[in-house]
Design a protein around this ligand. Sequence first.
Ligand code: O7M
Length: 210
Amino acid sequence: MKLMLALDVEDKETAIRILDNVIDYIDAIKVGYPLVLPYGIKILKEIKRYNKEIICDFKLADIPATNEKIAKISLKYADGIIAHGFVGEDSLKAVIEIAKNMGKKTAVVVEMSHPGAVRYMQPIAEDLALLAKNLKADYIVAPSTRPKRLKKLKEISSLPVMTPGIITQGGKIEEIKDILDEKDYIIVGRAIYQANNPKESAKQIKDLIG
Ligand code: O7M
């Protein structure tokens, strides 16, 4: 399993300080609205110097033409992009095609980790996992907070997963460890960047999944 840091901090100094501390223990960096809205997408140029895979998390959920534009801009600076599956085949296809043309990766959100996802997302998640497979996406995003669902969605999609929800949202590494392998990522944010000692926390998590 690989460790992806969710760098959901809102100021650049904090982002750099966290990265300086944890860089030896992480495999990828996920950047989303909290950091990009204040500084713009070019903040990713500064993060690139850490030589880790960078995934843009804007959870694209728009019509194909707009999804395509956002993906194209983001992937100039990042190695991968995250898109919602529920908006439909055409919207998702637009992102996957752009990413493939640029030699980059797409991860498709099929079921989210928070309690609210159970009512509206869970009933369609298995369909979305199949859609991700059929469109030849690179990853699905599925919840660590529901290990049985994670297992099922991974099986249906036959794709590697990026899975959030560990520690702060209640997901437990020991409950998902057997489901995942070396191609899968666990996504961890607050348990690292809000820890008293982010370096120690990242190291402990890396040791647990390694
Ligand atoms: O470890 P946390 O809870 O502080 O952060 C988890 C990160 O994963 C945070 O960036 C969330 O926006 C993201 N995330 C979820 O928590 N749940 C989901 O279902 C999906 C994501 C995500 O990354 O989607 C791509």
